[in-house]
Design a protein around this ligand. Structure first.
Ligand SMILES: Nc1ncnc2c1ncn2[C@@H]1O[C@H](COP(=O)(O)OP(=O)(O)OP(=O)(O)O)[C@@H](O)[C@H]1O
Ligand SMILES: [Mg+2]
Length: 254
């Protein structure tokens, strides 16, 4: 069982799509390196028996900002499960890299207590079909409520102006779930993965376009508490339309 701390200041970001090779690990490692550079130390929980994220952390140069890796796919006899899965106290972003082919139980477990869920999708008919099933399962099996606004899509490995890209964007648009970034198909991601770094740790002139998209994702993720607050506010208004809701200072009604 996955035990994650129920801390009010911890954004549990689950990267999920049972379709293999859509970019879950790429998104996880690039977000982790972005948060590591910004501080405080982020944590990455690798739930995939392939262990790709843990292998990336092992390749990471020691001179770079630290990332706390949690090998959740490993079962150890030496420590309790909660000790094995512990998240450092200072950590405010926990990224969960999930495996391909999740069962319904896995899906429920991995998304439990999540504050943000990102679904990377590739522009091909097969991937679009798989993504629509994944989103349906999230809504119906994992009972993710659209009104919680914690679910978003990242289009990955795109080549603009191609038919497959336009088809992907039409499909994503039809779901009514936000498409928060469009990552291009770029060798920068492949080189970064090989070196145990993220694109934000590469030479800026090479990665400017890619970083703009990663920053869009981070901006959306950073709004998790406000989204949670607004969703609680909306359900309160739905339940009791005549009740006056007092807003927290600094939170707009938008
Ligand atoms: N935007 C991109 N541009 C170029 N290559 C990419 C991009 N995103 C991912 N890749 C490459 O595609 C391959 C699959 O990506 P990744 O391992 O992140 O997918 P995954 O969803 O984690 O796969 P799995 O389901 O097997 O865990 C990797 O070789 C990765 O380097
Ligand atoms: Mg992976």
């Amino acid at each position: 069982m996955l035990i994650t701390p129920n801390r009010t200041n911890l954004n549990k970001i689950v990267i999920l799509n049972p379709k293999g090779g859509c970019g879950k690990t790429t998104l996880s490692t690039n977000l982790a390196s972005y948060y590591a550079t910004r501080g405080p130390v982020p944590a990455v929980m690798d739930c995939d028996p392939q262990g790709s994220t843990m292998a990336w952390i092992e390749r990471r140069p020691v001179s770079l900002p630290a990332i706390h890796g949690i090998a959740a796919y490993k079962r150890t006899m030496q420590a309790t499960r909660s000790w094995q899965l512990r998240v450092p106290n200072e950590t405010t972003n926990l990224i969960v890299d999930s495996p391909a082919s999740l069962t319904s139980d896995d899906l429920r477990e991995v998304t439990r207590d999540s504050s943000s869920i990102l679904v990377p999708v590739l522009p091909s008919s097969i991937d679009i079909h798989a993504a629509s099933r994944c989103i349906a399962d999230l809504l119906l099996v994992a009972k993710v409520d659209r009104r919680d606004r914690k679910l978003a899509v990242v289009a990955n490995r795109t080549r603009k102006n191609t038919k497959s890209f336009q088809k992907l964007m039409r499909f994503l648009d039809s779901l009514g779930i936000p498409i928060i970034a469009v990552l291009r198909d770029s060798q920068n991601f492949v080189h970064a993965a090989e070196e145990g770094i993220g694109i934000c740790e590469m030479q800026p002139y090479k990665v400017r376009k890619d970083i703009v998209e990663i920053e869009k994702i981070v901006t959306w993720l950073d709004g998790w508490q406000e989204r949670r607050y607004k969703s609680a506010e909306s359900s309160l208004i739905e339940q009791a339309p005549n009740v006056t809701v007092f807003r927290k200072p600094g939170v707009s009604s938008g």
